[in-house]
Design a protein around this ligand. Structure first.
Ligand code: F3S
Length: 404
């Protein structure tokens, strides 16, 4: 691999042991992939920081980097962490887990993490053509497919190394040659973000490791795009969906796609396909304590406020909400929450930020079942916590939460 003088200096340890280690790891991965060189990045996004994922080994690794003086040299964000900042109907996680999660977060903050969210594109929106090292699938898909920036689907540790040296290997999505659709897909226009999520989930199963070209599908709003991409990234390892008329592409790539277009295999996702998938996970009788989740991926503050207003206008003073809680997960704290906090807690509604319920062992919080509008949440909560998860439209999740 070709290395600049500056990169050789870093590798030799002239700029410190931590930078040398970080670059060594990136170079090793790049060599395996036969990358010809390294490139500078402008934003790193680290994933996999839940204590439930990385345990003591990950905690030691991150704290060790901090002790050795690691500092992030480019703008860096990180995924949300396990939900240790609140309880569920009075039940909290064990103290030792809470403490260890806070140690992970504090070490990352000390090294320079600016925000903990899975929507880093709202914290600092990249420009088309920017090179990134991001490690959260929904964020990667959003950056490549909606913004036109370029990032591979990095692993959490590699994104951490990139944050330290501000570089990644030139391979995959960083090279326009890589962008080539494997099939063209048409889908009906979904009515709700939950249906968009179902379409993404089905499409990911069809394209587990290649880039589809999505024609003729209209997204009604930003939430539909985010939930669609997040679900696609759940069943596929592809870093991109080419959204016709939406994905920014340079002239050469667009011409290449247009040449290929007529010969591509066709695939169609119908309203019937979505109905069949949703039916499988539709709300059935549920017993015990229920957690209602909206915000996978994280909501914008505007979306959160909108949901809160709609909710509070429907809940009457006499509403009695027992045995269930609603968590709205926002990408940042809501500033104007102050005057309604009491009202929210009376109705078991929590607005959270910085955390992810999906990477939390919800079974340890005594959650019996979950209701959500996100297929990504459904998929991973079943896997990580082994509890029942039901899917419904955002509107119905809220209705069910209020009326039971
Ligand atoms: Fe975000 Fe957690 Fe969902 S990281 S995309 S809320 S699984």
């Amino acid at each position: 691999m070709y290395l600049t003088k500056e990169e050789e200096k870093i590798l030799s340890g002239e700029l410190g042991d931590v930078k040398a280690l970080a670059l060594k790891i990136i170079v090793k991965v790049g060599e395996v992939l036969k990358a010809e060189k390294l490139i500078n990045i402008i934003h790193a996004h680290i994933s996999g920081i839940s204590y439930f994922n990385i345990r003591d080994y990950g905690l030691r690794f991150i704290e060790d980097l901090k002790v050795k003086g690691a500092k992030f040299t480019v703008y860096t964000t990180a995924n949300p962490y396990a939900t240790v900042t609140t309880n569920f109907l009075g039940q909290t996680l064990p103290n030792n887990i809470v403490n260890k999660q806070h140690r992970i977060v504090n070490a990352l903050k000390d090294m320079g993490v600016n925000a903990f969210t899975c929507a880093p594109y709202y914290v600092r929106r990249p420009k088309p053509g920017d090179h990134l090292a991001w490690a959260e699938s929904n964020a990667v898909l959003y950056a490549n497919s909606v913004i036109g920036a370029r990032t591979n689907r990095e692993g959490g540790p590699l994104a951490l190394m990139s944050a330290i040296v501000g570089k990644t290997y030139y391979w995959g999505m960083h090279d326009d040659e890589y962008i080539e659709p494997c099939m063209k897909v048409s889908a009906y226009t979904p009515d709700t973000s939950m249906e968009a999520s179902a379409i993404g989930y089905i499409l990911g199963e069809k394209c587990p490791n290649c880039i589809p070209l999505l024609e003729n599908m209209v997204f009604r709003n930003k939430a539909c795009i985010r939930l669609f991409l997040a679900a696609f990234g759940t069943t596929s390892s592809s870093p991109m969906v080419i959204l016709d008329k939406l994905t920014p592409l340079n002239k050469n790539v667009r011409e290449k796609i247009n040449k290929l277009r007529n010969d591509l295999e066709k695939y169609q996702i119908s309203a019937y396909d979505v109905k069949r998938l949703v039916k499988e996970y539709k709300f059935k009788e549920a017993r015990g304590k229920g957690l209602y989740i909206i915000g996978c991926p994280h909501l914008t503050p505007q979306e959160t406020s909108y949901i809160l207003e709609a909710l509070l206008s429907k809940i009457s003073a006499n509403s009695s909400i027992r045995m269930r809680e609603l968590w709205l997960i926002s990408m940042e704290p809501l500033s104007r929450l102050g005057n309604i906090t009491k009202e929210l807690s009376r109705f078991n509604i929590k607005v959270l930020h910085g955390v992810c319920p999906v990477v939390t062992r919800l079974d340890m919080l005594d959650v019996d079942y979950v209701v959500t509008d996100s297929f990504k949440a459904l998929h991973y909560i079943r896997k990580i916590s082994g509890i029942e998860v039901f899917i419904d439209s955002r509107e119905n999740v809220l209705r069910r939460f209020i009326y039971g």
